[in-house]
Design a protein around this ligand. Structure first.
Ligand code: SF4
Ligand code: SF4
Length: 153
């Protein structure tokens, strides 16, 4: 279900443009409002929906899911740390979903290039890059030979 922008709610801040992995959210040069230039190429990741501070982006339901008079409203409730979805079907039924959003401050995540390159020992370790620090845990459980049914040769 690709996204679309309510132009009357959009203020042209460009957050959706910055975050879209498919590079299809653009700012209209004349109206200074965002629009989805190619809904067919939308990944449907909804990063733009979640990033929009104006609640100006919605989801266009597919015909088999919500035809005629339906709506899919997405509300970002930053203070509560959640995204609320309200799905309205044409027969009047409504479904509400609430999912948590990451509350990490905007721009505070380091890019991979800002980390030191892994040393030789890291290639032999079971952890992935930046684990366990990036997970905010002291250590990850490791596989031990005695715990495996067939052991390790
Ligand atoms: Fe881009 Fe994802 Fe929004 Fe589609 S849902 S326009 S891919 S950010
Ligand atoms: Fe408009 Fe929202 Fe995109 Fe900002 S993030 S440009 S308000 S649609």
């Amino acid at each position: 279900m690709p996204t679309f922008v309510y132009m009357t709610s959009c203020d042209g801040c460009g957050h959706c443009v910055d975050i879209c992995p498919s590079d299809i959210m653009h700012i209209d040069k004349t109206y200074r409002r965002a629009f989805n230039i190619e809904p067919n190429f939308c990944w449907e990741c909804y990063s733009c929906v979640k990033a929009c501070p104006q609640n100006a982006i919605d989801v266009r339901g597919y015909a088999d899911f919500a035809p005629l008079n339906h709506s899919v409203r997405v509300l970002r409730e930053e203070k509560k740390g959640v995204i609320s979805w309200k799905i309205k079907f044409r027969d009047g039924r409504e479904k509400d979903f609430v999912s948590p959003i990451r509350t990490t401050p905007w721009g505070s995540i380091k890019a991979p290039s800002e980390y030191a390159p892994p040393g030789k020992a890291a290639f032999a370790a079971q952890e992935l890059a930046h684990e366990p620090d990036a997970l905010n845990v002291p250590a990850l459980p490791a596989l031990a030979r005695e715990k495996l049914k067939q052991g390790i040769l």
